[in-house]
Ligand binder design. Sequence first.
Ligand code: FAD
Length: 374
Amino acid sequence: MRKVGANDILVIGAGVIGAAIARELSARGASVSILDARTPGSGATQASGGMLAPYTEAGEGGPLLELGARSLGLFDRFIGQLQQDAGIPVGYERTGTLHVAREDASLAHFAETAGELGQLGIEAQLLDTAAARAAEPNLAPDIFGGLLITTQGIVAAPSLTRALVMAAQRAGATLLEPARVQRIRAEGDGVRVDTTQGSIAAGTVVLAAGAWAGQVTVEGADAAPPVKPVRGQLLHLGWTAQQLARITWDERCYLVPWRDGTLLVGATVEDAGFDERNTVGGVRQLFEAVCDLLPLAWNATLLSARVGLRPGSPDPLPIIGWSSAVPRLMYATGHYRNGVLLAPLTAQVVADAVLDGTADPALALTSPARFGRL
Ligand SMILES: Cc1cc2nc3c(=O)[nH]c(=O)nc-3n(C[C@H](O)[C@H](O)[C@H](O)COP(=O)(O)OP(=O)(O)OC[C@H]3O[C@@H](n4cnc5c(N)ncnc54)[C@H](O)[C@@H]3O)c2cc1C
């Protein structure tokens, strides 16, 4: 295994979170190594719908909305700079989102949400039947209204992660040979990391191992970070009919349209341990939901069925911050349904803490210490 310099920063995990952190640290001049047990991006990230939708995901407001809205605000610049640094395109668009109502209760709830978002200065429009049909003419005939939120968007999570790793490498970061990290402990002023391929000493370690973060033993910690895998299955369809104009949601599924004529259909939410396989039941649930919302989907082709393990945290806020047990260990995990959305903000606050010793206010919300001595 390649030697990592004693003062270097080792990022464990090259999903969207680890890749964004590695890129931010190396762009700011740090010496960074990236270690993953598998090919970068092949954890939860490759299955992601890539929706940037804080006003939907954190409908009830609170800290998750605060973090999500902040991160969404970073995206235009983040993607623009990344495409330059990596030299490859990243699919990204602020399509807006349409939530469709198929019963009275949903429309009443949408009216409340539109009012609340309006008070926050977020543009949200309540649509009647005619307006909802005009917005997306191919939807099922029983749609009788909707909520349009114009600022939300999509990013292609696999190409985003590829670009982040490439930009980090161009800025000098090293992608180490694949190895699984088993144990992390303090050693002198730094950190020692035991892996399946040998042991590494580093100055600082960032643990961004997604749903598997709790499987790594951190010496001196009272408990593992309480990250739980939450399986999500998603379909990738080839679409020849007129493409949807924006992300479209009903109670049973969401649809993410891409300009290349493909459509993502997500997603199941399942407690299946660490089992990363698609199931007949999961795929069937999504087929039925998409055909019910968008009848033309019967003619679509199935390009792939994807599956990933979301890193669920109990709050469900992410777990980002310094370890109490190993002083130069930083956690960045537990992003659950919003890891892609929260990647730019996570990278920024981690780099500020690691390189400048500053504590962004976001860290007060995400501190690992809320779960004990981790
Ligand atoms: C179906 C589905 C749809 C989703 N849709 C959205 C969405 O629309 N918008 C959104 O923002 N988010 C979405 N998410 C959530 C998002 O994908 C995750 O929050 C995000 O990918 C988490 O990124 P991560 O880097 O923390 O984890 P991962 O992508 O899982 O990466 C973790 C990496 O760590 C590596 N690793 C683990 N353990 C070790 C170890 N011991 N040693 C070395 N390496 C290790 C793994 O191999 C993996 O590559 C979705 C998730 C799923 C499953």
